[in-house]
Design a protein around this ligand. Structure first.
Ligand SMILES: [Zn+2]
Ligand SMILES: [Zn+2]
Length: 238
């Protein structure tokens, strides 16, 4: 099994040391991991950035691919050379509060706008992310499916993938994106998916990835993307 979304001490909101993440993954039988620390390219001062050289050296020391979760607001100049990374999750962490269907709509419109002008990523991170912060964990309305379809079509056309993020499983029993949204991706011909726990604590490494992989199989996905120098497809259940 894989876990391609993990945060280490290079993210200010994580305390997990790289060697402890590796140890925990091994204990849990997760044989492929990529650490994807936060690098936020957004307006204003913030500390969600790391020293790229030091980060690269650390990942290489542990023979890990060099991953990043690039948070981009779609307008701020990108100050990071993405050629330094083997794996880029593209995420948008900004949304309007209180979280309503209107926030969801605005969030999707921003993502669509970002995807029309940005190509330097491998997978789109936790697509229905604001749902984690909605009071009742309300799913995205069917009225938003046309824009979701546009997003998926762009991802597929450009040869990119979707990240299935299991962190929301403990909150409301579904990953980001939800199973209904993943079915739309599948229906449109989407195949490339990675899976990640988004763990910020050692105990969450690999949390629910196996369970979600089985659900993905049930809704028709046969493979999960694995990076071994180049992208390989790992048969679910093997
Ligand atoms: Zn994120
Ligand atoms: Zn994350």
């Amino acid at each position: 099994m894989i876990d391609y979304h993990l945060h280490s001490v290079f993210s200010p909101d994580s305390t997990a040391k790289v060697e402890d993440i590796l140890k925990k993954a091994k204990e849990k039988g997760i044989d492929h991991i990529i650490i994807t620390d936060h690098f936020e390219v957004v307006k204003g001062e913030h500390n969600f950035k790391f020293d790229v050289e030091e980060y690269r050296r650390t990942m290489e020391k542990y023979c890990l691919p060099v991953g990043v979760e690039l948070g981009w607001d779609g307008v701020t100049d990108i100050s990071i050379d993405l050629e330094n990374f083997d794996f880029v999750i593209l995420s948008l962490h900004e949304f309007s509060k209180p979280v309503t269907q209107k926030s969801y709509k605005e969030y999707l419109e921003r993502i669509l706008n970002i995807l029309t002008k940005f190509d330097s990523y491998h997978v789109l991170g936790h697509l229905d992310f604001p749902r984690r912060y909605s009071e009742s964990f309300e799913p995205f309305s069917k009225n938003l499916y046309p824009i979701l379809e546009e997003i998926f079509k762009l991802v597929i056309e450009k040869g990119k993938g979707i990240e299935v993020n299991t962190a929301s499983m403990l909150k409301y029993g579904e990953p980001n994106p939800s199973y209904d949204l993943l079915k739309i991706y599948k229906k449109l011909g989407g195949e490339f998916i990675t899976i990640g726990s988004d763990a910020h604590r050692i105990e969450d490494v690999g949390q629910n990835v196996e369970k979600v992989a089985q659900m993905l199989k049930e809704i028709g996905f046969g493979y999960i993307g694995v990076l071994k120098g180049e992208w390989n497809m790992l048969k679910i259940g093997c």
